[in-house]
Ligand binder design. Structure first.
Ligand code: GTP
Ligand code: MG
Length: 155
């Protein structure tokens, strides 16, 4: 099954939205296979957002993501990376559709609640999972409702 990296950003943790984010992904049928409540340090932040190092907002981005604890997670499911991105909504919460996580909880581009691996960036999900988790921190199990979520066994 496909795995994707998701993070409740510092603003989500501070605003008490961690549970809501987990609930939405959980209720969709995606399976939580790893979670770590943690403080990101400078080095990890710069590695995670390396693709943006030449952007004018890079320093702000690193400052924000290190400004408080985050909930780092790995979620598994059919087409998980793209499905999570759809549930997140547009990068700028001001443009995110109501019903999406950013569209329901955010107003500001720099504080947009949630991170999810980019499905258009091949392998970004695996790279980000490796950056945040050791393989033995991910749990292999079945959810009892899987037959009711997926019609086919090998989704
Ligand atoms: P992430 O899941 O956080 O990676 O967001 P994304 O994939 O939807 O957007 P992208 O990777 O392009 O940008 C990373 C983060 O940088 C975004 O989540 C924004 O918070 C921030 N960001 C993007 N563009 C701008 C900008 O023009 N100004 C500022 N201040 N922040 C930006
Ligand atoms: Mg991104």
């Amino acid at each position: 099954d496909e795995r994707t990296f998701v993070m409740a950003k510092p603003d989500a943790v501070q605003r008490g939205l961690t549970g809501e984010i987990i609930t939405r992904l959980e209720e969709r049928g995606l399976k939580l296979v790893g979670a770590k409540f943690m403080q990101i340090d400078q080095e990890l932040a710069e590695a995670h957002y390396g693709e943006h190092e030449d952007k004018p907002f890079f320093d702000e981005l690193v400052e924000f993501i290190t400004s408080g604890p985050v909930m780092a997670m790995v979620w598994e499911g059919g087409d998980a990376t793209r499905q999570v991105r759809q549930m997140m909504g547009a990068t700028d919460p001001a443009d995110a559709a109501p019903g999406t996580i950013r569209g329901d909880y955010g107003l500001d581009l720099g504080q947009n609640i949630i991170h999810g691996s980019d499905h258009e960036d091949e392998g970004a999900n695996e790279r980000e999972i490796e950056l945040f988790f050791d393989e033995d921190e991910l749990v292999d199990y079945s959810r009892s409702d899987e037959p009711w979520v997926y019609e086919d066994e090998d989704h």
